[in-house]
Write a protein that binds this ligand. Structure first.
Ligand code: APR
Length: 313
């Protein structure tokens, strides 16, 4: 039996394809690209294209397209992109009715075939979908996370880099809260290599950048007619790598809160340490009164969506 790591990607669409591409190029392990039966050939075709790409780019991993959960058995990491993306004018919450049954079927497959996997959920509305997947599988909470904070922080970083003219590598940004339009940028944790961002960007400019970050996903949906996929895929891969290589990375993302920041029984974006045991620690930042109020608003809207999910038969 192969001792290579195995990464299964659930949903072989735009994000799924880019995830498989990154996992292959980084040789993280063998990759399974799973989709529904109607898309099995599509997943197989994508897998074959990506395997052939290895001959050109010089990587060698096995990539399997499938609609059979048995092919995902024994996965080390599961990245869930199954669901419909937004169309222009839709909010992430509008996706609930369609994506709840999908996430439940994914949860059932995962529970049966991948009980030991570290699971990264990308499907929207993110915070509610990751909550539902954990609830339905009963997987350990530290082994189930949602990808949003890395992406939201990346968007914030880009806009700050363009505004300051500094290299994006030197921008450190932190965005917390739900993956929605009331996400919470943490300015005390947003720096140019440790130097306060407020020394470089005037308040009105910063406010405009925060407003643009909040609707950063929607800006792309409006332009492309569908959701972003390159940066979302890279963000999830960063979380997967932190687990696979026990990197102890400090990354923002949706983690299960059990009293931290004053919230219980919910997934929401917070900084966490991801290592070989999954979520090894949730970091509790000192928040300003404003930040606390923004987090409360964001948490209330996440809870509202979770309540709808819970009431969905
Ligand atoms: N099991 C597996 N895959 C499924 C299932 C299911 N039960 N239901 C749907 N899918 C597949 C679809 O067939 C499709 O190939 O999920 C894939 C989603 O791909 P895209 O439509 O290209 O969507 P994408 O842009 O990748 O976004 C996926 O991530 O960011 C979120 O809002 C986004 O919820 C959306 C998800």
């Amino acid at each position: 039996m192969s001792t290579r790591k195995k990464i299964s990607i659930i949903g072989a669409g735009n994000i799924g394809g880019e995830l498989a591409n990154l996992c292959a190029q980084k040789e993280l392990g063998d990759v399974v690209l799973f989709d529904i039966p109607a898309k099995a050939d599509y997943a197989k075709g994508k897998a074959l294209d990506l395997e052939q790409n290895g001959a050109v780019l010089g990587y060698d991993v096995k990539i399997t397209g499938t609609s059979d959960w048995k092919d995902c058995a024994g996965s080390d990491v599961l990245i869930v992109t199954a669901g419909v993306p937004r169309k222009p004018g839709q909010s992430r919450d509008d996706l609930v009715a369609i994506n709840v049954p999908i996430i439940r079927s994914v949860a059932d497959g995962a529970k049966e075939h991948c009980p030991d996997a570290f699971v990264v959920v990308i499907s929207n509305p993110l915070d509610a979908m990751v909550y539902e997947l954990q609830r339905r599988t009963g997987f350990k909470k530290e082994k189930v996370v949602g990808m949003a904070g890395v992406l939201d922080s990346a968007r914030f970083s880009l806009f700050l880099a363009r505004e300051t003219g500094f290299n994006i590598k030197d921008i450190r940004a932190m965005v917390l809260g739900g993956h929605g339009d009331d996400m919470v940028p943490i300015l005390s944790a947003t720096t140019v290599n440790g130097l306060p961002i407020s020394s470089f960007v005037a308040k009105d400019k910063l406010d405009a950048i925060i407003a643009r970050t909040r609707v950063g996903g929607g800006e792309i949906v409006k332009l492309m007619g569908t959701s972003a996929y390159y940066a979302p895929a890279s963000s999830a891969v960063a979380m997967a790598e932190a687990y696979l290589f026990d990197q102890k990375r400090v990354l923002p993302g949706a983690a299960f809160l059990d009293g931290q920041y004053g919230y219980k029984d919910m997934y929401i974006g917070v900084p966490m340490v991801i290592g070989g045991n999954g979520v090894e620690k949730i970091i509790e930042l000192e928040l300003t009164a404003d930040e606390k109020a923004m987090l409360a608003k964001s948490a209330a809207s996440v809870q509202g969506v979770v309540d709808v999910v819970k009431n969905t038969a």
